[in-house]
Design a protein around this ligand. Sequence first.
Ligand code: GLN
Length: 380
Amino acid sequence: VAKRLEKFKTTIFTQMSSLAIKHGAINLGQGFPNFDGPDFVKEAAIQAIRDGKNQYARGYGVPDLNSAVAERFKKDTGLVVDPEKEVTVTSGCTEAIAATILGLVNPGDEVVLFAPFYDSYEATLSMAGAKIKCVTLQPPDFSIPIDELKSVVSKNTRAILMNTPHNPTGKMFTREELNAIASLCIENDILVFSDEVYDKLTFEMDHISIASLPRMYERTVTMNSLGKTFSLTGWKIGWAIAPPHLTWGVRQAHSFLTFATSTPMQFAAATALRAPDSYYEELQRDYTAKKNILVEGLNSVGFTVFPSSGTYFVVVDHTPFGLENDIAFCEYLIKEVGVVAIPTSVFYLNPEEGKNLVRFTFCKDEETLKSAVERMKEKL
Ligand code: GLN
């Protein structure tokens, strides 16, 4: 394997999902729903295939999807963007992140991450030859340590790569925190790459896109996808929204990474994004019920549960059960209890920082969540 990827192992999600199958354990690890996406979106995909929308799509997205993304963004943020010049459709948000980093970051540039962070960020920054500067969010509230953030910023900082609502903690960046990040970026001419794939899974507050803050759109790439909002994680349709001068870089990288993404799924994605408000309200209601089952369950089992305001994840402190670290705890949980969780140490530059925490997902039907809680109550 190439040196730039030497330190990375098989992703924790792949490892944990295969262990789940091997041990017949209930999988509350990898974040994918065990229920299907909505019929009106699946029908739209079938129709597009029947209508012969099966050859290469335009590289930066089929026009109808670029427009649907722009319409959605206007509804959500009030920002009016040009679908032809400021929206790039990618193969999932993971590709949007890769295209953004590879298209806008030079080797040696510094990029700031908030730990814990989604695993692809570090690997992709490594592929780009970027230097990582890291600021750790601490429990119980995982708030942004602004002074520490200021101290890691230098003249070499190219970008801050952030994620709100935040995987794995469920933390949502507040307006005050976003304002502080924005001022720092404006003062120091820093870009923001913002991964907002969980923006529709919020429970206590509304999601705020940092691009919508004054003077921020011009320096922000906002990234999102279809997978979480429409319970279609296997479709891999994502996008990046940015002003033309940044979109240029994103598209150059995207052209040579994947060139284009699945044509019929893009047509269906356009239909999905035009869903009525009631779709989003129902999604939120369903997820609130699921979250309550899991959070109450985990509390009653005896974990210290940290508040999650968004995403379909919740992080707990496992130390009341006396296992050595998060990896040992997750192994015990799979083998002896029959439940899969994700050890969070993989989301830190320094794994020690995550050793007390594990992540559970609640993107599963209510029966599955209840059985997982039952197993833990009996056997932990
Ligand atoms: N985003 C999903 C999670 O955090 C997993 C995606 C993946 O398997 N790479 O669980």
